[in-house]
Design a binder for this molecule. Structure first.
Ligand SMILES: *[C@@H]1O[C@H](CO)[C@@H](O)[C@H](O)[C@H]1NC(C)=O
Ligand SMILES: *[C@@H]1O[C@H](CO)[C@@H](O)[C@H](O)[C@H]1NC(C)=O
Ligand SMILES: *[C@@H]1O[C@H](CO)[C@@H](O)[C@H](O)[C@H]1NC(C)=O
Ligand SMILES: *[C@@H]1O[C@H](CO)[C@@H](O)[C@H](O)[C@H]1NC(C)=O
Ligand SMILES: *[C@@H]1O[C@H](CO)[C@@H](O)[C@H](O)[C@H]1NC(C)=O
Ligand SMILES: *[C@@H]1O[C@H](CO)[C@@H](O)[C@H](O)[C@H]1NC(C)=O
Ligand SMILES: *[C@@H]1O[C@H](CO)[C@@H](O)[C@H](O)[C@H]1NC(C)=O
Length: 447
């Protein structure tokens, strides 16, 4: 009897060690930052540096700029310094600032930093290196320390410490949680997620992303699996083999796409431009310049006007779904469609089309940012080297739900939960004598 119980407990413990981990992501908007001592200069530099690549002579109207960031809280070092990091599927590293960086104006927007010391279990080398930080450059050092996220043990990971930034760093995050395929500075080139898997902390060598529209309690990074509650139809998940880049550069989450279509507009992609990169930091749908111009002609024909680098159209003119045809790992063509409400943003009576032109680099002609990732929950499998998509339950109308209402509901829910716990404790106390009595009875009969 007792042995059986011990076995059950041990089994439960080992099983629960490798549970799927859900990490709540905070969605923050650049717009909100105006209220948080956000310097206009930084913003302008970001606009030029990051999202609007093509040389523009017209000045950028900042009032039209809204961009969201999906942020996770990560604990670094044995003292568990809390840092808010932006989830980045295109970066291989965890990148965090040092105090040196914060003290300089180009990092000044960042509030938190990491102090890499021996007492904190951190070792750093002193060979200065330069790394991409979004579209800018930063310099600093490699270090090894421990990193954890909610509910997980700290695991040893290689990180990059920013000492200095070449362009102003901006945005509400204090760094990057890189989730791309490999981290060349870790043993066996293992990514952050692969290390969690190898140490038995998560059941599968994968993660998935649910990006919602609401500002709180919505978006999720799921480690070791996916949250089927976020899928419109859990039986419809399709896997796509990533395109292996033969180690010319760091392996990215890239998949070949056959076709892009929107009503009468249609473009069949070719091997020179058919790769789509999955980018959890990119607010738009990026298409290579040639396709962008052809799409733009179509939008204009439908009555759209180019304003501040975005096509704008009357919200009553529904242009229909943008459709992508992507061949899956069984060579079956799958259709993915993005409705009008997912690829536009309403400002007064005009709808801004969230499509931007990107430069064609390494045959990457498409950039699947929030526009795509809010429509489809994305899953990234490191062992099978696949990216999978399933239609998401995310709804653009969620963004309209006021924050105060959500807080009110949350407060009401916690009061209910507390009341429930209180009642349970009360019941427990009342039943204690009874239980003790029945337990004696039980052990008497089973021995
Ligand atoms: C970093 O930690 C060391 C050791 O605890 C301490 O001496 C130093 O002042 C800290 N530096 C910063 C910038 O907090
Ligand atoms: C870690 O925390 C301890 C106790 O709070 C403190 O004495 C120590 O200086 C901290 N170490 C670092 C590296 O921050
Ligand atoms: C970090 O650990 C790796 C081995 O896992 C080692 O090769 C590397 O030199 C270490 N780097 C630092 C800065 O300690
Ligand atoms: C790690 O990546 C490097 C560079 O791409 C490659 O040369 C090396 O063979 C890889 N190591 C392992 C263990 O996969
Ligand atoms: C790889 O795919 C197979 C079948 O699709 C699945 O059973 C397995 O769990 C996947 N591997 C990982 C590490 O998730
Ligand atoms: C995808 O990869 C798997 C495993 O490497 C392979 O068996 C399958 O044939 C590939 N599918 C396609 C369409 O290339
Ligand atoms: C995808 O859409 C095309 C038409 O746009 C259709 O012919 C094809 O059957 C669809 N494929 C699947 C798998 O539904």
């Amino acid at each position: 009897m007792i042995i059986k119980q011990i076995i059950t407990i041990v089994l439960l413990l080992t099983l629960s060690q490798a549970d799927i981990i859900e990490v709540q992501l905070q969605k923050q908007s650049l717009n909100n930052l105006h209220h948080q001592q956000y310097s206009l200069n930084t913003l302008q530099e970001e606009v030029k540096g990051r999202f609007l690549y093509s040389s523009s002579k017209q000045s950028v109207d900042l009032s039209h700029l809204s961009s969201d960031f999906y942020i996770a809280t990560v604990l670094i070092g044995s003292n568990k310094t809390r840092l808010s990091l932006q989830i980045d599927t295109t970066s291989s590293k965890i990148i965090v600032p040092t105090q040196d960086c914060i003290k300089k104006s180009k990092c000044s927007i960042l509030a938190d930093y990491y102090n890499c010391t021996q007492q904190d279990g951190c070792t750093q080398d002193y060979q200065q290196q330069t790394k991409n930080y979004f579209d800018g450059l930063v310099s600093g050092y490699n270090a090894n320390t421990t990193v954890g996220v909610s509910g997980l043990f700290q695991t040893k990971q290689s990180i990059f410490l920013i000492k200095e930034a070449k362009q102003s760093i901006s945005g509400p995050a204090s760094g990057i949680l890189g989730l791309s395929v490999n981290n060349l500075d870790n043993q066996k080139n293992s990514s952050f997620v692969t290390i969690l898997y190898e140490q038995g902390q998560i059941p599968r060598n994968m993660f998935s992303l649910y990006l919602g529209f609401s500002n709180i309690f919505s978006s999720e990074l799921t480690l070791g699996g996916y949250n089927s509650k976020k899928l419109e139809n859990p039986s419809e998940i399709y896997n796509h083999n990533i395109s292996i880049n033969n180690q010319k550069q760091e392996q990215q989450w890239i998949i070949p796409v056959q076709k892009i279509q929107l009503d009468t507009f249609s473009n069949t992609l070719n091997p020179q431009n058919n790769l789509a990169i999955i980018d959890s930091t990119y607010p738009y749908l990026g298409v290579e310049t040639g396709i962008y111009q052809a799409m733009g002609d179509y939008f204009v024909q439908k009555g759209a006007k180019l304003k501040d680098k975005f096509y704008q159209i009357d919200c009553n003119t529904n242009l229909g779904d943008i459709q992508f045809t992507i061949s899956d790992s069984n060579s079956i063509n799958r259709n993915y469609s993005i409705p009008f409400s997912f690829y536009t943003e309403k400002s007064s009576d005009k709808c801004k089309i969230l499509i931007q032109s990107i430069d064609l680099v390494d045959n990457i002609g498409l950039r699947f940012g929030y526009v795509y990732l809010r429509r489809y929950v994305s899953m990234f499998d490191y062992s099978n080297k696949t990216v999978s998509f399933a239609q998401s339950v995310a709804d653009p109308d969620d963004a309209k739900f006021p924050t105060w209402a959500i807080i009110l509901i949350a407060v009401a829910a916690s009061i209910l939960v507390l009341a429930g716990i209180g009642y349970a404790i009360y019941r427990c106390r009342m039943n204690k004598k009874k239980t003790e009595y029945s337990q004696t009875l039980l052990s008497n009969t089973s021995i």
